[in-house]
Design a protein around this ligand. Structure first.
Ligand SMILES: [Zn+2]
Length: 437
């Protein structure tokens, strides 16, 4: 799917501002990030990632969206690439006092999410159970950090919500903010938790779902990364990876990309061995404590239902669905990520993808058909490839504008992104009993 980019008046004003030379000799260099569209010779474009540029987004036609300050954009232009301004990264934040443990107009910090889970479990003891599933990198180093928290929501019967794969009820699992800067994803997880817990007994659709299905959610899969993001306040830091230091990386280039570090097909295309790259895969498969926590948790709640061959389908009787929330672009991405070849359950994965997309309007396809590339070591390849769970990546939000990019204005959560995805998530959860039929 191609997104034609339109230049709004505000965007052109920002561009003019961005390209105005600084007159004061003592002024610090302007490091304000913007989104730029890059096109040019394919050979040059394919080397962009090798320069540790922050490639936010790519299109199937080979053009790329890069996040860079204006000096870097000029450098790229000087290298012969066609560089055009797309949008500002940061959107206006309404004036006024923000609630505690929020930033950038209302986004919740890791601490706020932890408090939220504790409060939900205390308020709805017959529905919700919270687990500590492992540590963040900083916690393993004695540098603060966090426990990674999962919540199980169902109308609890004896044995429900236990960490054992052979459960009575089928399971739907969801993770968010594994890429810390993809701000909308954690908020959507928060809203989904509240929808389920407040809806039981009042909303027939929610009641039926929780009577028959376990819903497992990790709202903050990369808590250290979210801590870094939140330190930016009204200009959130664009930290994508975890907080693992080393490799000579500075600023938001530190860390391992937790969505390239999974143990299934680790190390292939679309991931980098360069520590400062935004798609740095880590030193070894599953090197990061966050990855190990998530994989152990997935294995504890989903049965192993698929053989090991690349072309071996999960049986049509397999159960369970997993969705990992990302931003942006408006896609429902199906496996595989590691190869452009069709997944063995391709037809059935597309069918459920289309059923979810019927409400959110997103474009359904595999990596090359949507984001325009393959990517090895991703979460949904692990849950589909290892366990046979019907697995999806949602790329939520628009390409540009107030509600676009990684850091939409907070008002967009309630006005667009949550209501736009709510029914798609319910459709996915309702399919947990028999996703391939
Ligand atoms: Zn992402």
């Amino acid at each position: 799917m191609q997104h034609r980019r339109l230049f709004t008046t505000a965007a052109i004003a920002a561009l003019t501002l961005a390209l105005t030379p600084t007159t004061a000799a003592t002024a610090a260099p302007d490091t304000t990030p913007y989104y730029w569209n890059i096109t040019g010779p394919a050979a040059t474009l394919t080397t962009l990632g090798d320069h540790d540029l922050d490639i936010a987004h790519t299109e199937p036609d080979g053009s790329a969206t890069v996040i860079a300050d204006t000096a870097t954009a000029r450098d790229l232009k000087n290298q012969g690439l066609d560089v055009s301004f797309i949008d500002t990264v940061y959107k206006p934040v309404p004036p006024g006092t923000q609630a505690a443990d929020t930033y950038y107009g209302g986004y919740h910090t890791t601490t706020a999410h932890e408090t939220h889970l504790t409060q939900v479990a205390a308020t709805y003891p017959t529905l919700a159970t919270v687990y500590d599933i492992g540590d963040s990198w900083r916690k393993t180093q004695g540098l603060g950090g966090h426990d990674i928290k999962a919540i199980c929501i169902t109308k609890k019967q004896t044995g429900d919500c236990s960490l054992a794969p052979q459960s009575t009820k089928p399971r739907f699992s969801m993770i968010a903010q594994i890429h810390a800067r993809e701000l909308a994803t954690g908020e959507v997880a928060w809203k989904f938790i509240d929808l389920l817990t407040t809806g039981y007994g009042t909303n027939p659709r929610i009641t039926a779902l929780l009577d028959t299905t376990e819903i497992w959610i990790v709202p903050i899969a990369n808590p250290d990364g979210v801590d870094i993001v939140a330190t930016g306040g009204n200009n959130p830091k664009l930290q994508r990876k975890n907080a693992h230091t080393g490799g000579g990386c500075t600023g938001t280039s530190i860390g391992v990309d937790l969505n390239r570090n999974s143990t299934f097909k680790w190390g292939g295309g679309g991931s980098s061995s360069s520590p400062c790259s935004e798609v740095y895969r880590g030193a070894t498969a599953g090197s990061e404590p966050e990855t190990r926590a998530l994989e152990n948790w997935f294995k504890a709640i989903h049965p192993d239902q698929r053989g090991t061959g690349d072309t071996t389908p999960a049986p049509s009787t397999a159960r369970d669905v997993m969705i990992t929330l990302h931003s942006y672009g408006g896609y429902v991405v199906i496996p595989w990520g590691w190869t452009a070849a069709d997944a063995p359950n391709d037809t059935a994965l597309r069918t459920l993808g289309q059923n979810m997309a019927a409400s959110n309007g997103y474009y359904v396809g595999n990596g090359p058909e949507t984001v325009g590339y393959t990517s090895a070591g991703v979460t949904d390849d692990f849950t589909y490839g290892v366990l046979g769970v019907a697995s999806y990546t949602f790329e939520m939000g628009a390409d540009f504008g107030t509600c676009g990019g990684f850091t939409p204005a907070y008002s967009c959560i309630n006005s667009q992104i949550w209501p736009g995805n709510r029914d798609a998530l319910l459709t996915g959860a309702e399919a947990a009993d028999s996703p391939y039929n």
